[in-house]
Design a protein around this ligand. Structure first.
Ligand code: ADP
Ligand code: MG
Length: 369
């Protein structure tokens, strides 16, 4: 595949101006690139770190055309963009990530099917479109199982646990936007993820395995020691996945580990990921740096080095309320606030990274809750 090696002063176009777009833009600017951002929210976090801002819906064909004309390369910060529009700009502009990967990964059923075909250790699943198939799913998977919408879920939205037949009623709402994916519920010991970056020339670098703790299905805490026992197995799984799905740039694979230490692939995000934010301070390259290097057609480093073990906590709206008045007293807390105008419960407003696993953040947090 041919690709363009960007010159200094070239413009990187980013579809989406949330926190991921903002942190991508900051890495791009550090390397001497300009940034153009397209977002429907004219107060979005990336707006204030970009040279050009296009205020439009993500799927606005005209606005995407404008982004293409302004940019030397186009990337995206999230996967729920219109596959059709992405295909359209891919045929006209330099979009090294292409459109096919997003189209596969934005559909949970297509994603899991691709993972299964790749021979990856995906959680057992079946497709469900009606109540009869829901019963069939229960026979195959056993109770409890998860029912998830195929499109648009994030932070646990669009999914329910089916404990018994009594819960079938609750499935109606999800099945109305069928098909859904029914999936075995794993008795979790832990959750991990691994972030990787692929260059257009095929080179891949891996970040260390991240251990993730969720609360209310939203990432609460990521811990990275650099010595996770599942590191090599996780890398093997990613390599299998890469045989089947084409990647350029940074992506993250999420895994479940059950009580018997069996590793399962959960899902893939074809973009920088919340669980990789610690890399900004804890690694010699952040997940945003390597993403920018890859889409710019620049060399990736030989490897990523973890400089220090790290822990990252998300700052949701309520966490910011609890903690913001003491950030100034804790120089060792690397505080990132994304700059979203509206502070809401469970909305990701920022994060804190601490390069010390025995930090006092959690104790203080609990005390103040
Ligand atoms: P999202 O797109 O919202 O991130 P996920 O499928 O990753 O959706 O689910 C969010 C969280 O819900 C997971 O990180 C995990 O904590 C829990 N979860 C989802 N599916 C399962 C499952 N099959 N077994 C156990 N826990 C699950
Ligand atoms: Mg997830």
């Amino acid at each position: 595949m041919t690709y363009t090696k960007l010159k200094l002063g070239s413009t990187i176009g980013i579809i989406g101006g949330g926190q991921l777009g903002k942190m991508m833009a900051q890495s791009a600017q550090a390397r001497g690139f300009k940034v153009a951002v397209l977002d429907p929210d004219d107060t979005c976090p990336a707006r204030y770190v970009s040279h050009h801002f296009i205020h439009a819906p993500y799927n606005d064909a005209q606005a995407l055309l404008e982004l293409g004309q302004l940019s030397d390369v186009i990337t995206y910060e999230f996967e729920n963009i219109s596959g059709e529009e992405l295909k359209n700009i891919t045929s006209q502009f330099n979009v090294p990530q292409g459109a096919d990967t997003v189209v596969t990964l934005q559909n949970r059923l297509a994603e899991k099917t691709a993972l299964k075909e790749a021979g990856a250790a995906v959680v057992p699943f079946v497709s469900v479109t009606n109540e009869a198939e829901l019963k069939g799913a229960a026979d195959i998977l056993g109770f409890p199982f998860m029912l998830k919408t195929t499109f648009g879920g994030y932070d646990g939205k669009g999914q329910i646990v089916i404990e018994s037949e009594a819960d079938f009623k609750e499935a109606d709402e999800l099945l109305a936007i069928r098909p859904c994916v029914a999936e075995k519920r794993i008795n979790l010991k832990s959750e991990i993820s691994i972030t990787a970056t692929a260059a257009p020339d095929g080179k891949v670098v891996f970040f260390p395995v991240q251990e993730n703790e969720h609360r209310n299905q939203i990432l609460y805490k990521t811990t990275v020691t650099g010595e996770h026992p599942h590191q090599s197995q996780a890398i093997e799984e990613v390599k299998k996945i890469m045989q089947a799905i084409y990647f350029v740039g940074t992506f993250t694979v999420e895994f479940f580990i059950d009580q018997d230490d069996t590793l399962y692939v959960n899902e893939i995000a074809p973009r920088p990921h919340n669980s990789g934010h610690y890399s900004i301070e804890a690694c010699d390259y952040s997940q945003f740096d390597t993403h920018i290097l890859a889409v710019a057609g620049w060399q990736l480093p030989e490897q990523i080095t973890l400089l220090k073990p790290a822990v990252m906590f998300n700052l949701l709206g309520q966490d910011l309320n609890t903690m913001e008045d003491i950030f100034s007293d804790h120089a060792d807390w690397h505080v990132h606030v994304y700059g979203k105008e509206v502070r809401k419960e469970n909305r990701k407003m920022g994060h804190v990274t601490i390069l010390d696993l025995n930090n006092d953040y959690e104790a203080i947090y609990k005390e103040r809750m």
